[in-house]
Design a protein around this ligand. Sequence first.
Ligand SMILES: [Zn+2]
Length: 256
Amino acid sequence: MTTRIAEYWYEVHPVSDGISLIRETHVATWLRCNIWHVRGRDHDLLIDSGMGVRPLKRELPQLTERPVTCIATHAHFDHIGGQHEFDCRLGHRSEADIHATPTRENTADWGPFVRAETFSALPHSGFDYRTYSVTPAPLTGYLDEGDVVDLGNRHFQVFHLPGHSPGSIALYEESSRTLFSGDTIYDGALYDTVYHSDKALYRQSLERLRSLPVNVVHGGHDDSFGAGRLVELIDDYLSGGNTIVDADAWINSQIS
Ligand SMILES: [Zn+2]
C-alpha cells in the first residue's frame, strides 16, 4: 500500500465546447468515475462528483468562480462523494434516501472496491481506505423524465433510465447530440448485479438509447465514444455479453 501523499488529486481535460472531463488521478482506472464540467451562460453543471476523498473546490477554481449545479447520474459512492460541497444538488427522487443517508451497502457496497490497490497515492495524510465513507448530501431538487436542465445557452433533456440503479438518469443535448449517460452505458463491462439493479428495466433503457441520434456519449466511466460504438456496446449486452457478473472476480481481474 502506498504512503505517498498526492500533490494534486484531480486532472482536467478540456473535451469540446465548454465541456471538460475531471478525473481523480490517483483512483484506479477500473473504479474512478468521469466527472463532467459543463460551462453554461447562467450557471455551470457538474455531472457526478467522484469519491469525495479530497475536496473538489479547493483544487478546481472553475467550481467556485461561477454558480454550479451538481447533478448525480445515480447514487453510487464513486459518483456522489463530492456532492456535499455544492448548494444545488439534483438527482432522481427514487434515490433520495441514499443521498440523505449513504452507507456502504446502499451506495453499491464499496467494500470490495475500496481497498489498498484502489489508490496510487493518498489524498491526505492519515487516510485509511478502511474508514472510507460518503458524506450525506440530501438532494435539493429532483430531476425526472422530461425535465430540461436550462443553462441559458444550452439545454439538456433528462432521461430516466432505470436498470443499473432505480434512479439512473442521463442528460441529452439535442443540438449537439451529446449524451451524458452515467453508468447506464460506458465503454466497458456493464454492471447489472448491484443490489438494486433490474435487468429487465436495464434492457429497456438500453433499447431506448440504441435508437437515440448521438454524436458523442460521455459515460460515467472510461473513454467517450460515438454512435457506432454505442450500438455495438448495447448489442453486446443485449446478447448476453459485456457484463460484470461477480464484482469480486471482476475487480481481481482488473488488478492482476
Ligand atoms: Zn454505478
